[in-house]
Design a protein around this ligand. Structure first.
Ligand code: SF4
Ligand code: SF4
Length: 298
């Protein structure tokens, strides 16, 4: 199964973009000649919500899930990281593939649900929201395209439980797109900010410890009901993680800073402005001195 999520580097097919109303002819069912062929050769990127569902299913922490079931990769050079499924030791098959089918079917990741459709999220530089369109992946081994069942992509998404999966991963897709489209304007993220991005997106149990640590409370103010829900509700905490990252990566403030921290921040901004003004004045003075010297040579 090739990875159809963004970006789309290893696809066997150059995708044609279609909308949700497009009808596909496809059905996958046990007994089909190619059963499990797609799960025997995987290259699957995972979303933060995929991690949350699978670590809950397996009864392990997100930290354990990341270590045992995934490998990190760079979504863009020197940029932010993504994660992919780690296949079986020494092979390319998915570790959840069983002769009877997927062993974690009800919690299978987004890419497995979408196949053979691919979600393509795009964002124009001057737009705040992302646009979603779709592509169809046709691989020779997949006989599902030969089955006579017509279904629109909108209905296929509903059938595969993707409405919830996409809703809960939308904040992450927007962050990735915004980071890619802003590119060098916000510069290369530091190692620390890349680590924070990784933790907040994929390692929800460590992010919870981070949010409940004293150092976080010194900087940010959380409402009591938020603290209560973040303590037990992974999905709510994940949505907060995306808000937190928007704030630290792009300065989109939606989490209140505590009064002392806000004061310190204001002082820093004022100090920075003062330094910039002094430097500009110094530059102007040097330029006028240089002009004066030129005039002396006439
Ligand atoms: S998670 Fe399930 S559906 Fe996805 S590749 Fe693995 S076995 Fe196949
Ligand atoms: S029909 Fe396609 S998706 Fe279904 S088992 Fe065969 S290769 Fe996989």
């Amino acid at each position: 199964m090739s990875q159809p999520d963004i970006p789309f580097p290893n696809s066997p097919v150059v995708p044609t973009m279609v909308s949700e109303t497009h009808t596909i002819e496809f059905s996958c069912h046990k007994g089909i000649g190619c059963w499990n062929a797609c799960c025997s050769n995987i290259d699957i990127s995972l979303t933060p919500y995929d991690v949350l569902r699978m670590k809950t299913r397996l009864g392990i922490t997100s930290t354990e899930f990341l270590k045992d079931y995934t490998v990190p990769y760079e979504m863009e050079k020197d940029g932010i990281a993504g994660i992919k499924f780690r296949p079986v030791e020494g092979g390319s098959a998915c570790r959840f593939m069983k002769p009877e089918g997927c062993d974690i079917y009800t919690d299978r990741p987004t890419a497995c649900r979408y196949y053979p459709v691919a979600l393509l999220s795009m964002r124009k530089q001057d737009e705040y929201v992302d646009r979603e369109s779709y592509a169809i992946v046709k691989e020779d081994h997949c006989k599902g395209h030969e089955v006579n069942r017509r279904i629109t992509i909108a209905d296929y998404r509903k059938e595969q439980g993707l409405v919830e999966y996409d809703d809960l991963a939308r904040g992450w897709r927007q962050l990735v797109l915004k980071k890619k489209s802003s590119g060098p304007t916000i510069g290369k993220p530091s190692l620390r900010s890349r680590q924070i991005f990784f933790m907040a997106c994929y390692d929800i149990d460590r992010f919870r410890e981070f949010v409940f640590a004293d150092s976080f409370a010194k900087l940010f103010e959380l409402k009591p009901e938020e603290r209560e829900s973040f303590a037990t509700d992974d999905a709510a905490l994940l949505q907060f993680a995306f808000r937190f990252l928007r704030q630290v990566m792009f300065g989109e403030e939606s989490i209140a800073l505590n009064a002392e921290a806000a004061q310190e921040r204001l002082a820093k901004v004022q100090e920075k402005r003062l330094i910039e003004e002094r430097e500009a004045a110094k530059k102007r003075a040097m330029e006028s001195e240089a002009e004066g010297a030129d005039e002396g040579f006439d």
